[in-house]
Structures are given as structure tokens and as C-alpha cells.
Design a protein around this ligand. Sequence first.
Ligand code: 6PG
Length: 262
Amino acid sequence: MGSAEGDLEPRSGRGADSPGRIVVVSAEAFPGEAARILAAALRHVVSDAGGAGVSLALAGGSTPRPVYERLADEAVPWDAVEVYFGDERCVPPEDPASNYRMARETLLDRIPFPASRVHRIACESGDPDAAADRYAALLPDPLDVLVLGIGEDGHTASLFPGGRALEETDRRVAPGRAPEGQGAPRQRVTVTPPVIRSARRIVVLAEGSRKAAAVHRALEEPWNPAGCPAQLARSGTWILDRAAAASLRTPGQGEVRDEGTP
Ligand code: 6PG
């Protein structure tokens, strides 16, 4: 399922539960291909906006790390981009678990980017509810480009199966709480389903065999975002390495690109 080069398939007019675009690449090509697609999309969005500011919300976790490093070397009109976050762990910005710190180290410190255009979720103060409301007040509606990941349990951002934030229909940003065993701080602040549903373009990054079952559930199982929150991003562009795509029944529906694909 192809698309105009450089666009992440605008989601307007497409049902949230309808499949979007799937790009499958080798593990070696994954970071570079994901960075290339993201950069092309940002150029496209900025051009569509006539040079007005566009909003890019970044995902956290570990998968994006090599992608952001390569994105820093891509040609992107950064002076037209405002950076936000899809979720954050409630830790100080210099904490190794901070999604803001990860984005700063891999991307923001490596491009000419003023701090005034980086909007981190400041939720380390111990009142995630107030932090969520402060962030909702500055988060653009809709977002132009939203980058998401997926957990082995099917979560995305910090929307976990059965979590209260998943039921939000009014608040655009809310506290979230990771279940035991996620290996990162449990208290979070996250965008909610309305933000994912309204995002103009979504790109989901997933690599590794550990994600294969969750990717299959998110893209091919019956619609059940309460059980698999990443289904909320089903109509976006999914960039997968072959291991993460291994459980897809219809891998052929995606574009399989090998290294060096122009
Ligand atoms: C976070 C992320 C989260 C992440 C998934 C996948 O704060 O951890 O926003 O949604 O994307 O948990 O994480 P990995 O990329 O580390 O597998």
C-alpha cells in the first residue's frame, strides 16, 4: 500500500480501525529507513503548511533512539517545527528514564534547535494531574505528526490495557500508570485517545521479535483498543523490521523494502 513519496498518508477521512500503510525493512535498514520516512513527512507537512509552524510529538522508550540519531542527519526544515512528546515518565529531565532526555541526547542536541520550541512534559513535581492539565493547555490540536511506539502488551504512549487514561474522552492529556514489570518509572503523563484519533499523521515504530505478537494484535485482531491501545494508531504508518512484522497474516499488504531502497 504505497503513498505519495514523503507523506505519511493523511488519516483524515479514514476510519480509525482501517489499516494504514505498513513498511517492512531489514533490522539493519530500520533506523535509517524510519528516519528517512519521518524526514520526508516533515518536509511534506511543512510545505503543506506554507512554512507555518508544524507540531511533531515524539515517542519515548528505546526503539526511537537510533531513529532519532539518524533523523538529526536528515534534511528537515527544523525552523518550522515545534517538538512535543506523546508521553513522559514522571522523573526529572536529566533522569536516564526521561523521554525528553532521550530525545535531547539523540536528536535535539544535534540539530540547531532552540529550547523555546521544545515542549517537554514537566511532570516530575509529584502532581501528575496538574502537569497533565498544564501540558494539555499548550499541546496543539490536532498534532501534525505523532510518533508512537508499541509495548509487548500492546500499549502505546502511556496508554496501558485497562488503564484509566484509555477511557478519557475529554482530557487530551492525563496521568497514566505503567503496570509492574515495565522496567521504567510507573507514574506517567500521556496523551489520550482523542489526541491519537485527531493526529493528522501518525507513525508507529516497532522492531524486534518481542513486538511481533503485539503488532499483529494492533493491526489485524478485531477492534478492541481497551485491550490493545496501539490499535488506536492502526490507520497510521507502521515502520517495522522483519522480526516485528513476522506475525502479520498479510505481510504482503505492506511495502517490503530492502536496504538501499532509494
Ligand atoms: C515510553 C513510550 C512507550 C514506548 C513503548 C515501547 O514512555 O516508554 O512512550 O509507549 O513507545 O513502551 O518501548 P521500547 O521502544 O523501549 O520497546
